[in-house]
Design a protein around this ligand. Structure first.
Ligand code: MIG
Length: 815
């Protein structure tokens, strides 16, 4: 007897139906409910929420009004909704804030944002969604449009003409321009056209795509699943967008000073003797270093929260010995927990239901380093707390930093990640992995950061992560994963890290020297020269490749690396200041020139040079056997860091760059705070700050200023007010220069006796300085007050007592 199986659908031939995408149709009604505006069309609509004058959220809905919970990216404090007047005309709904007008076209549901002079900032056209839950929107793009942001992406700085997808992926294959998704997802696109910029942040943790390539006069943003939930972030300058985006998703937590030192890593340092020997070698060779990483081989058969009993039998002793040398270790912690009923973490995880499972309850197992493993469900705070707490194992040993790897999550299977139907419990709002994927890594690092912070009792933890989502900057530094020892990858690290900075990730950087493939003497030199000015500074390389510790290529290379790593340490006060600025207002530590000079047409895609902070221009050499390079100097007067040569900006120059030199320029009228050379960030040496002033002039109109932020560098006491701000200003007059310094705030007392001012390549010759006598460099070194000339570069150095009342210097020019 036949059953209905006889007429199963597939026997009837394929049913091909064209998917029709829906649009909301025309506006039918609108209403205000508390702070939200609900605009309903014929087949769906948009909810609009203003966060302030410059930012609003638009969430598309189809049938029911969407719920307005956000992902973990959004900082709730930034989400205080505002009400603004609404005006309705025949054709439009118009919302007006103090700076922008949002205009909804009743017929097309298009949304336009104008500034108060009526210039169109943004035009969003078609909103549509597929019957299977994908959504898609189209935005106008102009001939002069340029695009930035999007976090960690390959290719150049300007994303015009590119297409990217967001799906956190472990990409060991070479990071080529055609690779659209890497380890991190930051769905923030900054659109700059003419003198206007704005940002669009798509808060969606499933797969999304940004297409600035295929549609001619439009760019599109789409997502495969979940809600179409976009934040408009106004400029008009790109800097405003970055500041506002980081107010929305959070800013970096000021890192402990040691974590912005030089880090040395290798996959793997194999045993305790090797690690200790490595640390001693740094000290013997006087190459500064703060951190050594322990890659996967430190563990007992790759079980997290263990040490290998044979190769690392005495971790506590090793860590204590390293501490005496001023070196910390940062061990790797992957999410995969080895399936082993005798392994405590696994047992606990299973019994207490901490692992990601299918809806029916069966645990998802995937293969990673430890073999078959289970993966904690960090979406649930109960599990995150458990995981965080496990880190007591490390903090008890004296560890303050953790390295999260493989947290895309990476799995050795065909899809390279967890199955899409695995569930995340998400504090009672379960979602599939398909919807949650891009958030997994960030939630792991959040759990890690919070657990470490708790157990370090007031000390700042350091977390490094490979994967992340918007907001990851609050918990971890991000490194750019498995690059290769290719010159092309060194060059690509610049735009990649710069765009990460524009996307909130101020603490980021690549593996210096390259991870896979074999580095070379020159590549290591050039990459290190550049890398010491990147926010995150770690040399890391893969098993089976040429060694790339700084001494691996003989004395000449070693000397150059020592010099440049030392430079990072001497510039630590300035660097730390920039990290403070990043915590304070979200601006990145290194910046594309376009951020500071948005009207200069030469800069829209310039990314083989960058700025450290606002005024220090770094131009790395990124090709082999090259001893010259062309450099573009933006408007203003620029001073060669190495020899003081003065260059007029607004033009290209050709600069010599022998192997021991990486071209650097400081804008005239800039202060840079330097400290003493240290072998590690918190080494106790005689403290001193030298304010280097470049290109000082004794004429009316010359001005320079700097605020030096200082605190203890390792605790959270600064958040209770224990920090200081030393404000330094310089003002020129006819025939003299006055320098003032004063503590604007001084609840933390820097431990030092003296301050120095160094006039680097001033445009005048000082004759008298505030009644101080001219003394020798030796006398200056001994601590005497006075002024002298540095024989090496001719800088004028003035030394004064560092007193809390501050002081003034009058520097009179030679007639
Ligand atoms: O699939 O832990 O990107 O830095 O050395 C390799 C071993 C796993 C990938 C990381 C790399 C690390 C390596 N890990």
């Amino acid at each position: 007897m036949e059953s209905s199986e006889a007429i199963r659908p597939e026997k009837m031939g394929p049913i091909v139906m064209k998917e029709t995408w829906n649009t909301p149709g025309s506006l039918v009604t609108w209403e205000r409910a508390d702070n939200i505006y609900i605009c309903r069309g014929e087949r769906g609509g948009i909810v609009i929420v203003f966060l302030n004058d410059e930012m609003f959220r638009m969430k598309v809905f189809q049938n029911r009004i969407p719920d307005l919970t956000t992902t973990a990216a959004i900082m709730l404090e930034s989400c205080v909704p505002h009400l603004f007047p609404v005006e309705e005309t025949e054709e439009q709904l118009i919302f007006t804030t103090s700076t922008i007008r949002l205009i909804l076209d009743k017929h097309s549901f298009g949304i336009k944002v104008e500034n108060m002079t009526g210039k169109v900032i943004m035009q969003q056209n078609l909103i549509s969604w597929s019957p299977r839950g994908a959504s898609h929107t189209e935005y106008d793009m102009q001939s002069e449009s340029h695009f930035y942001g999007l976090g960690e992406k390959s290719s150049f700085l300007d994303k015009r003409g590119e297409h990217y997808t967001n799906w956190n992926t472990d990409v060991f294959a070479p990071h080529l321009p055609e690779i659209e998704a890497l380890y991190v997802t930051i769905p923030l696109l900054i659109h700059m056209h003419g003198d206007l910029s704005y940002g669009l942040f798509l808060d969606n943790t499933g797969r999304s795509d940004f297409d600035m390539r295929s549609h001619g006069v439009a760019f599109t943003i789409g997502c495969d699943t979940g809600a179409y939930d976009v934040y408009f972030i106004n400029g008009p300058e790109m800097k405003d967008v970055v500041k506002r985006y980081t107010a929305l998703t959070g800013r970096i937590a000021l890192p402990p000073k040691w974590s912005i030192g030089y880090h040395q890593s290798r996959y793997s340092y194999m045993n305790q003797q090797e690690v200790l020997q490595l640390a001693r070698t740094f000290r013997e060779k006087k190459i500064p270093c703060d951190v050594i990483y322990l890659d996967i081989h430190y563990m007992d058969e790759y079980r997290v929260f263990t040490f290998d009993p044979v190769n690392f039998p005495e971790p506590q002793k090793m860590i204590a010995e390293l501490a005496e040398l001023g070196v910390r270790i940062v061990p790797i912690v992957d999410p995969g927990v080895k399936k082993d009923p005798k392994f405590k973490v696994y047992k606990e995880g299973v019994l207490d239901k901490h692992f990601c499972s299918r809806l029916e309850g069966d645990i998802f197992f995937g293969e990673v380093w430890p073999g078959i493993s289970a993966f904690p469900d960090f979406s649930d705070s109960r599990t995150s707390e458990w995981w965080g707490d496990l880190h007591k194992y490390y903090t008890d040993l004296g560890i303050q930093g953790i390295w999260n790897d493989m947290n895309e999550p990476a799995v050795f299977n065909e899809s390279k990640t967890m199955d899409l139907d695995v569930m995340h419990f998400n504090n009672g709002r379960p979602v599939t992995h398909e919807e949650y994927h891009n958030l997994y890594g960030m939630m792991m690092s959040k759990a890690t950061y919070e657990g470490m912070a708790e157990h370090l009792q007031g000390e700042r933890p350091f977390v490094l992560t490979r994967a992340g989502y918007a907001g990851i900057q609050r918990y971890a530094a991000v490194w750019t994963g498995d690059n290769r020892s290719f010159w092309e990858h060194m060059a690509m690290a610049i735009p990649m890290t710069l765009n990460m900075g524009l996307s909130g990730l101020a603490f980021a950087g690549p593996d210096i020297g390259g991870f896979a493939h074999h580095t070379s003497a020159q590549l290591l030199v050039r990459w290190t020269q550049m890398g010491v000015f990147f926010p995150y500074c770690r040399n890391h390389s893969s098993i089976g490749t040429m060694r790339q510790e700084p001494w691996s290529f003989g004395e000449e290379v070693e000397n150059i690396l020592r010099e440049f790593i030392g430079l990072r340490y001497r510039w630590m006060p300035h660097l730390y200041n920039l990290f403070h600025e990043a915590e304070d207002c979200g601006l990145p530590v290194i910046r594309p020139l376009i951020l500071e000079y948005p009207r200069d047409p030469h800069l829209t895609n310039l990314c083989d040079q960058f700025l450290l902070g606002e005024n220090v221009l770094v131009a790395p050499v990124y090709r082999p056997d090259t001893d010259h390079r062309s450099i573009y100097l933006p408007e203003g007067c620029w001073i060669d860091y190495w020899d003081g040569a003065v260059q007029e900006g607004g033009r290209h120059i050709l600069d010599a760059a022998p192997l021991h030199i990486m071209p650097m320029y400081v804008k005239a009228g800039t202060f840079v705070a330097e400290g003493p050379l240290k072998q590690y960030a918190q080494e106790e040496v005689e403290e001193m700050v030298t304010f280097h002033l470049y290109g000082a002039e004794a004429r009316k109109g010359f001005e320079a200023g700097y605020t030096l932020y200082e605190d203890d560098g390792h605790s959270f006491n600064y958040r209770k007010g224990s920090y200081s701000e030393l404000v330094v200003t310089a003002a020129g007059e006819a025939g003299c220069l006055k320098i003032n310094w004063t503590y604007a705030y001084r609840e933390y007392e820097p431990e030092r006796e003296r301050l120095r001012f160094a006039l680097c390549y001033p445009f005048f010759q000082p004759a008298r300085i505030s009644g101080l006598s001219e003394i020798s460099m030796e006398q200056l070194e001994e601590g005497q007050q006075g002024w002298g000339r540095n024989g090496k570069n001719g800088a004028i150095i003035v030394q004064v007592q560092d007193v809390s009342e501050g002081g003034q210097l009058v520097i009179e020019a030679e007639e």
